[in-house]
Ligand binder design. Structure first.
Ligand code: 0O2
Length: 264
C-alpha cells in the first residue's frame, strides 16, 4: 500500500473509533470497538444462516435432480475501512450506529451457479422460504451495468437468534454464473491495479469480453436444455419457485455509443 493510502486509511478508522493514542478518548475508543465487534459477530452469524439455507437447497437438488444448481458459495463480512468509506460516500457520519441503519451489504454471500437458469432457480427457492424477507432486488443480468457487469443482487433480511432474542439481519446475496464471476473477478483486479497506463480502450474491451461471456452463458444453457430435454427432473416446486425463465443476455455497447439493455 502507498504511504498516502495508508495515512488515509488510518484517518478513516480514527473517525470511526476515535484516536487510541489520545488518553481522553480511550473509553470511547474501547466502547466503539466493542460495539463494532458485536455487530460484526452478528453479521457473521447471518452469513452462517444464509449459507446453511443455500447448502440445504443444493443438497436436495443433488439427490433429486442429480445435478447441483450451486457450484460454490463464498462469503465475506465487509472490512472496517470499506464500511467507513461507504458511509462517507453516502454523506453519513462514520459511526458504528450508522452501519446497521444505512448499509445493506456488510454481510455478503456470493453464490456461483453453473448455468444461467440456476441463478433464478436458486433466487426463487431462497425467497420462497417464509422466514426470508426481500428488501430489494437488482437484476444486473437483464439490465447489465454499463461496464458489462452481470449478477443478480438480492438484499434480504433473515431472523437470527441470539441470547437476547431474535434479530432481523440484512445481507446481500449476489448470484451469478461461473462465467460472470470470472469476468467480475478479473475486472475487479484490473480496476484496482494502481499502476495502469492510461488505457483508453480498456472499458470497451472489458465490455466486449462481458458480452462474449454472456453469449457463452446463453449457449451453454441452451445446450444443456437440448441434451437434457426441456425441463430437468427437479425437486417439487422447482418450476413455480424458479421465478423467471432465463433471460436473453442484456447487451450494452461501449460507453458513448449505445443501446439500452434488451432493446428497451
Ligand atoms: P465488495 O468488495 O463486494 O465489498 P448500494 O449498496 O445499493 O448503496 P452499491 O454498493 O453500488 O449500492 O450496490 P450494487 O450496485 O448492488 O453493488 C454492490 C456490489 O456488487 C459491489 O460491492 C461488488 O461486489 C459488486 N459489483 C457491483 N458493480 C460491480 C462492477 O462493476 N464490477 C465488479 N467486479 N463488481 C461489481 P462493493 O462494496 O463495491 O465491493
Amino acid at each position: 500500500m502507498l504511504p498516502e493510502q495508508d495515512t488515509r486509511r488510518k484517518e478513516i478508522l480514527r473517525d470511526f473509533f476515535g484516536d487510541p493514542a489520545r488518553l481522553d478518548q480511550e473509553g470511547e475508543w474501547l466502547e466503539n470497538v466493542l460495539q463494532f465487534e458485536n455487530l460484526m459477530m452478528k453479521y457473521r452469524a447471518t452469513i452462517r444462516e444464509l449459507t446453511t439455507k443455500l447448502e440445504v437447497l443444493n443438497d436436495e437438488f443433488s439427490v433429486s435432480a442429480k445435478r447441483n444448481p450451486i457450484e460454490t458459495i463464498q462469503s465475506r463480512v465487509k472490512r472496517p475501512y470499506s464500511i467507513a468509506q461507504k458511509l462517507r460516500n453516502k454523506g453519513l457520519p462514520v459511526r458504528v450506529d450508522m452501519i446497521r441503519l444505512h448499509l445493506n451489504d456488510v454481510a455478503g454471500v456470493r453464490v456461483i451457479c453453473p448455468f444461467l437458469d440456476d441463478i433464478y432457480t436458486v433466487a426463487g427457492l431462497l425467497l420462497a422460504q417464509d422466514d426470508i424477507r426481500l428488501v430489494t432486488r437488482k437484476d444486473y443480468i437483464r439490465h447489465p451495468k454499463p461496464n458489462g457487469y452481470r449478477s443478480l443482487h438480492l438484499i434480504v433480511e433473515i431472523p437470527v437468534f441470539f441470547s437476547q432474542g431474535k434479530e432481523w439481519m440484512r445481507a446481500e446475496v449476489q448470484i451469478r454464473t461461473v462465467a460472470m464471476d470470472f469476468w467480475a473477478s478479473l475486472e475487479h483486479q484490473i480496476r484496482y491495479k494502481q499502476d495502469l497506463p492510461d488505457e483508453q480502450d480498456l472499458p470497451a474491451e472489458l465490455l466486449e469480453c462481458a458480452n462474449c461471456i454472456a453469449d457463452v452463458d446463453q449457449r451453454m444453457y441452451l445446450l444443456r436444455r437440448r441434451l437434457q430435454g426441456s425441463v430437468p427432473d427437479a425437486p417439487d416446486g422447482w418450476t413455480e419457485a424458479a421465478d423467471a425463465p432465463p433471460p436473453a443476455p442484456g447487451r450494452w455497447s461501449p460507453p458513448g455509443k449505445h443501446a439500452l439493455p434488451n432493446g428497451e
